[in-house]
Write a protein that binds this ligand. Structure first.
Ligand code: AMP
Length: 121
């Protein structure tokens, strides 16, 4: 997909059309609980700007957006007490990457030992 879909679920969450369980928010970033958690802690971090994927974000985001996003990720992990035991971040990208929602997001997973890789049926 090359054009941002304004009706994707996360765009609708950002517009307040779909409820979400907020974890963190600033001018550039929103983080909320994943609706189908795959670990005791499973949070999605999204930029408020319209970016399809990590590629789109990495190529087009402003310096302010980029810094805000990548600072938010460790801040959220620390606030969730994941700092000491560790956690995993995942950015599924495109069809082969298994990306379901075409708005850039990072999964933060933790709260237990996750092993070497996650599986989804
Ligand atoms: P991905 O496969 O990386 O695109 O992951 C999309 C994630 O969004 C999945 O883990 C879903 O469980 C999650 N998700 C979908 N709809 C919602 C929603 N309304 N609120 C929170 N998480 C959602």
């Amino acid at each position: 997909m090359t054009t941002y879909d304004d009706n994707n679920i996360f765009a609708r969450i950002l517009r307040g059309e779909i409820p979400h369980e907020s974890i963190y928010e600033n001018d550039y970033v929103l983080a909320f609980k994943d609706i189908a958690p795959l670990a005791p802690v499973h949070i999605l971090v999204i930029p408020k700007g319209k970016y399809i994927s990590v590629v789109d974000f990495g190529m087009k985001a402003s310096t302010e957006e980029s810094i805000a996003f990548w600072r938010a990720v460790p801040e959220i992990a620390a606030a969730q007490n994941l700092g000491e035991d560790g956690f995993r971040i995942i950015a599924n990208t495109g069809f082969h990457g298994g990306q379901e929602v075409p708005h850039f997001h990072v999964h933060i997973l933790g709260g237990e030992c996750l092993g070497s890789i996650l599986h989804r049926d």
